[in-house]
Design a protein around this ligand. Sequence first.
Ligand SMILES: N[C@@H](CCC(=O)N[C@@H](CS)C(=O)NCC(=O)O)C(=O)O
Length: 327
Amino acid sequence: MHMSEKTTALDTRIANHEIANEITKEGAFNRQNNRFTTTFGSQPGELPVEVGRYRLLWARICPWAHRAVIVRELLGLQDVISLGTTSPVRTKNGWEFSLDEGGVDPVLGIRYLPEIYAETDPEYTGRATVPTVVDVTTRKVVNNDYFRLTNYFETAFKPFHKEGALDLYPAELRAEIDEFNDILFHDVNNGVYKAGFAQSQAAYEQAYDALFARLDQLEDRLSRSRYLFGDRITDSDVRFYVTLVRFDAAYYSVFRTNRNRIIDFPNIWNYAKDLYQTPGFGDTTDFDAIKRGYQLGNHADNPYQILAKGPDLSVWNKAHDRAEKFK
Ligand SMILES: N[C@@H](CCC(=O)N[C@@H](CS)C(=O)NCC(=O)O)C(=O)O
């Protein structure tokens, strides 16, 4: 019946992960490259930066997309780049615009994200992923470079930042931030996925060990400053936050990253609450979508589609000690 059909589709997706070509012979997850990577800017061949020209498509579950949405908020780019939101649980046809009236994105008129990838490049065989940036004047996917997207918002879109916007990517710190972000990506942001998608015990344990060794180091770093780079929020904080906010509700169980929870690290936990309570962070975080996306989507082997009741998420609104500690 319905149940077994669902299980079969899910099993196939888990078995192949639809990332079959992203698994090494040692059983480790090796993420696909981004297909649409043209840079934003004013040089020939770059994507011209204009108000209202681009639409950012995201799913609230997704950390890679969430960071672009947080930066869009922090910089006040809401009227410059429009936002389309898919439902948090990916369907077998890909990300679906079922939250919108009639089940289609109101600007692009598409029901599923892969439609716009197919329109842009009929030869494209990779996964249609969020975040995706579409040029609404040409209806083409122009960028899905989740790694650099926030940096474009921070630099190329600078003329459109709101007055008094934070400088999330200060010129004098860029080299350090880039170096830090790279390490953060491998051990933490993508580290949880490497643990969760591993298809061998050794690959899983390697990812787990690297992840917690790095978190121990970051716990120490955050005992010395309020944010990762001193007393100002930077791009790196956004990148760390999106993993932290998903950790206890999803990764801890679904990806087996269970040495300890984020609330067990005194400095990281207070830092995470500090960010959550900062406009742009908590107000773009949807725990229900995160739980559903990871637990009911293809990430988890969950044939009966049971959603875990916990953990208690009200703790994110509790007081933090960061302002007091670093005044
Ligand atoms: N574009 C990157 C990262 C973005 C990414 O993985 N996004 C996920 C959601 S968090 C997604 O859209 N996955 C779609 C799929 O696996 O079909 C990739 O291809 O690995």
